[in-house]
Ligand binder design. Structure first.
Ligand code: FAD
Length: 613
């Protein structure tokens, strides 16, 4: 096929797009503004010490993505144990929190206060659940919230928890995988719908031997070797379009040279705000304003090379201590021993979540390294004398912000983009969505397949309700490569059941009136028929056994038709009461069981609450 595709950005999304297009027999050119590939998922190499932007776990519920990772990286895709704890008040707390460990570290008085505050939240929960603080306090108590959630969340997002909407918590923490948790609690298989064993994020994850960038450097190599090209150091500056089609992208190289890249199709993983501003001629003002309303949180990491063989066993530590600015510490040697060139040394990544307008963003590297050392000393993680060297990496637009206007703004932008038929937006900032690598990649796989005539909705990946695509990925026959099934647009996607719908489907409640009527009819008619048969037989010892019922049924006689009718009515009433009570008791028991299952599922979900922040 002769279609030429231009892809903007050589992060996970852009490179996956090129890789998939190549499989489909299409040529592509990937433009990467930076001089490295991998985007936010890159590996940085400083004097042989490797580190990444935050620590990238490779974990996906989408089989297609797991297969792609293995296919690209092969043996260097390690399975790593996971450990992470919370550091607070000079102590390490197990994470997910464990009661005994938390009690020991908090001490008897604080533990008692935490317990009282928890009890208070359960008895007198805050009626309003409008913000994150109320949402978490209602579940864990205000005191536990203050210790384990407030500081870290505010460090990450830079806004008070009272200003973060509770919907955000409910969406990120509750809805995303509660359905899966409820399904597991109900059916207990430990497997997801596609039959894959669910390894929780708690136990282990995959990681490339030399950090996430190794995956993307290797992917770039495969793309280039197959006759496509990934061009580093070229920034997509302008997107020329006419009559609803993009004609070419004007790229600017690091030395200022301008190059035009023409194509039949275009895939963009650059931040959607910048994409809108790159269109030439520009979109209407209203669209430009909406794009300007999309905001991002920036991120900076100070890496310290430490003269110590073993720091701690954790991959990372959450720093909840309010007296320091850093939010987490990554211990890269625990991610993969090969991240450190000298086994006698360790390297730590101190993570700072910032706005690029913050003072610290513009501080010199030396000043930031000094800040890092001072903060480590303050919380007694390491001593100054142990630090051998350090470096700083800044990553703008690390997190797309979900504020109260982003959905409206994105809708305006998308409506306009729909008028340009040959460009598709993929990835994290490309779609302004809080996508991890797997979802970023899946959007690109969909985009590539759309170019060959399939019809996938790239915007349906990682939508709020659930992993939509999960239901659409078929389980492969042996050796067969998984492909997401087509979405035929006019057909609405199969609705994903909510946790409550799942529970309802699994445990139908009994209707007491219906069961009462059924049992009553059965017993009343049963007795009437039995009496009638005996009466019609006219035997010498008519109804000897049935007559015993006259002890219980007032006026019942097995030897007369009037008795038969009295039996019909009384046995009917008795049967109705029996059926009604059985249904009522069944429903009470079921209610208890269901709420126990729900509580267990919610507890499982809440264990990983920090990861979802
Ligand atoms: C702190 C942190 C921790 C994370 N941890 C995990 C994790 O544990 N697991 C996980 O799976 N994911 C994690 N993620 C998310 C992951 O980094 C992203 O999902 C992924 O990198 C997004 O890929 P992308 O290709 O969409 O975008 P990016 O990675 O942002 O790549 C976009 C690329 O486009 C380039 N570009 C931008 N503008 C232009 C232009 N005009 N012209 C040319 N090129 C351009 C950029 O330089 C960049 O290389 C984490 C993210 C952060 C911030």
């Amino acid at each position: 096929m002769s279609k030429q595709v231009v892809i903007i950005g050589a992060g996970p999304a852009g490179l996956t797009g090129a890789y998939e297009l190549n499989k489909l027999g299409l040529r592509s050119t990937v433009l990467e503004a930076d001089d490295v590939v991998g985007g936010i998922s890159r590996t940085v190499n400083y004097r042989g010490y490797r580190f990444d932007i935050g620590g990238h776990r490779f974990f996906s519920k989408v089989p297609l993505i797991n297969e792609l990772w293995r296919e690209i990286l092969g043996e260097d895709f390690l399975d790593r144990p996971r450990m992470s704890r919370i550091f607070y008040n000079g102590k390490f707390f197990d994470y997910p929190l464990k009661a005994a460990n938390a009690l020991k570290n908090l001490g008897p008085i604080e533990s008692m206060l935490v317990g009282l505050s928890y009890a208070r939240a359960k008895v007198f929960p805050s009626r309003d659940e409008e913000n994150f603080e109320q949402w978490v306090s209602n579940r864990f108590g205000h005191r536990l919230y203050s210790i384990f959630f407030k500081t870290y969340t505010e460090k990450v997002w830079g806004i008070p928890c009272t200003e973060i909407s509770a919907d955000w918590a409910a969406q990120r923490i509750k809805n995303l995988s509660l359905t899966e948790a409820v399904r597991n609690a109900l059916f207990g298989s430990g497997k997801s719908r596609d039959g894959q064993v669910i390894t929780t994020l708690i136990d282990s994850f995959h990681y490339p031997r030399f950090g996430p960038g190794q995956m993307w450097e290797r992917c770039e190599k495969l793309v280039n070797e197959s006759g496509n090209q990934c061009v580093r150091g070229v920034q997509a500056d302008r997107i020329r379009h006419r009559n609803g089609r993009v004609e070419y992208v004007v790229g600017r190289s690091t030395n200022g040279e301008q190059i035009e890249f023409a194509g039949d199709h275009f895939i963009s993983s650059m931040p959607i705000r910048e994409l809108i501003h790159a269109f030439d001629p520009p979109p209407p003002d209203e669209v430009l304003r909406a794009a300007d309303g999309l905001r991002y949180r920036d991120y900076l990491t100070v890496v310290l090379i430490v003269n110590r063989e073993q720091m701690f066993p954790d991959n990372w530590i959450y720093i909840h201590s309010p007296e320091v600015m850093m939010g987490r510490i990554q211990n890269y040697k625990s991610w993969s021993p090969d991240m450190v060139p000298d086994p006698r040394k360790s390297s730590l990544g101190l993570e700072y979540f910032l706005w690029d307008k913050d003072d610290q963003w513009t501080w010199s590297d030396d000043r930031l390294i000094e800040l890092g050392i001072q903060e480590c000393e303050r919380i007694k993680i390491i001593g100054r004398s142990e630090v051998e060297d350090g470096t700083v990496v800044r990553m703008r637009k690390a997190y797309p912000i979900y504020d109260q206007h982003y959905q409206e703004n994105l809708a305006v932008v998308r409506r306009w983009l729909d008028t340009i038929v040959n460009i598709q937006c993929v990835g994290r900032n490309g779609q302004h969505r809080y996508n991890n690598q797997d979802h970023s990649m899946l959007t690109a796989v969909f985009a590539a397949r759309n170019i060959v005539g399939e019809r996938h909705d790239v915007w349906s990946v990682n939508v709020e309700k659930e992993y939509h695509e999960e239901a659409k990925v078929a389980t492969p026959a042996a050796g067969e490569r998984l492909v997401p099934a087509r979405i035929i647009r006019p057909e609405p996607a199969a609705p994903v059941p909510s946790p409550d719908e799942l529970i309802e489907a699994a445990f139908a409640r009994l209707d007491p009136i219906a069961l009462g009527t059924a049992v009553g009819t059965l017993t009343g008619l049963g007795l009437f028929m039995a009496t009638a048969i005996l009466l019609l037989q006219h035997g010498p010892r008519v109804g000897e056994n049935l007559s015993l019922l006259s002890h219980y049924l007032l006026g019942y006689k097995a030897s007369s038709w009037s008795g038969a009718f009295i039996g019909l009515v009384e046995a009917g009433i008795g049967g109705f009461i029996l059926g009604y009570v059985i249904a009522w008791l069944h429903n009470i028991g079921l209610g208890r069981y269901v709420s126990m299952i729900r509580r267990r599922a919610v507890r499982e979900e809440e264990k990983e609450i920090l990861e979802k922040v």
